[in-house]
Design a protein around this ligand. Structure first.
Ligand code: IMP
Length: 433
């Protein structure tokens, strides 16, 4: 049984925790898109790990982690992460593979990212400044550098000279010398060699051997280049389709699609967000939920759960079920509103609009759910949740139109309740159910 884990909102849903929880039931965890703009936080044994490029399965010995061709790889960031894990006693040798077809983020890509943002003024996207967009632009423009090209010194030199010429033309803060960038990239490329693989072939052989794979998405559905709030999106397909193109697997290899959704909604960066709260409850959610970007430290915008947005995510991904995270952050609220629809110019809107002008004018229709008088924080059995917290999860399930299989009640691996034991048993084994 292979499963895809996909963010159902604007990223930061807690995918890292769910992937870590499920990973030891799988032989391989494979990341299919994005880059080190992601920040997957996992708390294990009182320690906090932030994984940006390396799949969250790496914390389980015996799990092989794979970075697919759909990912853009910043080599320095990758090795920082590898060295950080080694410092914590977690070795990756023999357990980490990088696709030969993955594109490389070069040192001028973050500069181009920042320069572009600065040129946009009030229309800026609010990117993570990691060079993600420019690297994917080079890929789509057929001038990108792939991992397999690192060994070819002449091709590498040409790429770096071209890229730096573009960067140096735009930047006013001094020129970067191509030789420095070239030497550094060559060194990192040498270090990468033992891990380079034809990932599609590796995954297909593993499946033929009966080994199971967890496909790990980064960011979230509403940041997807095609299905998100374009242009306020990232430059890759975070939705489940990205797993096929970003790893070289067929659609029938994905048996279950699990959406990860926060019990409320957050977003970092610019762009429309219909259920956003300004001040008051929004500030309370941010403070209680620790809603600050793992990668950039930026405060996240916070709002109530949005069922219109969620139904869009369920449809474009074909979610089989949801895992709801951070339920405990809602402890202490007297009422927990949920956005059940939008109104636009006096009319009800039931489908998430593509047109940002229309989307910006939508106002949320809120339904108020009663809060709960006992904390859910750290609860590990569904039956031990307060009745109103159970009713809240049930309401999310009814609104989303797919079952909620798990809900997480804290940062630790064990802070999780199973709402749908038959599904959990069928997909992940009886131990989790
Ligand atoms: P980029 O991916 O750095 O180009 O940023 C594009 C948009 O996606 C910005 O709004 C970022 O804040 C957002 N973004 C990118 N990665 C993440 C993530 O992992 N979590 C949440 N938002 C993200």
């Amino acid at each position: 049984m292979n499963i895809a884990v996909v963010g159902a909102q604007w990223g930061d849903e807690g995918k890292g925790k769910i992937v870590d929880l499920l990973a030891r039931r799988f032989s391989i965890v494979a990341r299919y898109q994005g880059g080190h703009n992601a920040g997957h936080t996992v708390h294990v044994g009182g320690r906090r790990f932030v994984l940006r490029l390396i799949p969250s399965g790496i914390l389980h010995q015996g799990v092989t982690c794979v970075i697919g061709n759909g990912v853009v790889v910043d080599l320095a960031a990758l090795f920082d992460e590898v060295d950080g894990l080694a410092g914590a006693g977690i070795g990756v040798d023999g357990r980490l593979l990088i696709s030969d077809r993955a594109h490389v983020i070069l040192p001028y890509h973050p500069d181009l990212d920042r320069l572009r943002e600065a040129s946009l003024g009030p229309r800026m996207i609010g990117t993570t400044s990691r060079g993600i967009g420019p690297a994917y632009e080079d890929k789509a423009g057929r001038r990108g550098l792939r991992v397999c090209d690192l060994a070819d010194a002449a091709a590498l030199e040409e790429h770096i000279r071209d890229g730096l010429a573009r960067r140096n033309e735009l930047a006013r803060d001094g020129r970067l010398a191509w030789t420095d960038v070239f030497d550094r990239t060559r060194q990192l490329g040498e270090r990468l060699k033992p891990w380079i693989a034809d990932v599609s072939a590796v995954l297909c052989a593993a499946m033929a051997d009966g080994r199971s794979i967890l496909f790990e998405g980064a960011q979230g559905t509403m940041l997807d280049l095609d299905h998100g709030t374009y242009p306020y999106v990232t430059s890759s397909n975070a939705t489940v389709g990205g797993a096929c193109t970003g790893l070289g697997i067929g659609p029938r290899s994905i048996h279950v699609v699990l959406g990860i959704a926060k019990a409320y909604t957050t977003r970092v960066g610019e762009g429309p967000f219909p259920s956003e709260l300004h001040g008051g409850d929004g500030d309370a959610l941010r403070a209680k939920g620790g809603e600050f970007g793992t990668v950039t430290g930026r405060p996240r915008r916070c709002g109530w759960f949005d069922a219109v947005q969620m139904r869009h995510a369920v449809r474009v991904n074909g979610f089989d079920a949801l895992a709801v995270t951070k339920l405990d952050v809602l402890d202490g609220f007297e009422r927990v509103p949920v956005c059940v629809g939008y109104r636009l110019d006096g009319e009800a809107v039931s489908a998430f609009p593509a047109d940002l002008g229309r989307l910006r004018r939508c106002t949320p229709v809120l339904e108020s759910c009663p809060g709960w008088n006992r904390p859910t924080s750290g609860v590990q059995r569904y039956d031990d949740l307060p009745a109103n917290a159970q009713a809240y999860l049930q309401r999310l399930e009814d609104l989303a139109g797919v079952p909620v299989v798990f809900a997480s009640t804290g940062a630790a691996r064990e802070d999780i309740v199973v709402k749908n034991a038959p599904l959990a048993a069928a997909w992940f084994g009886s131990e989790l159910a």
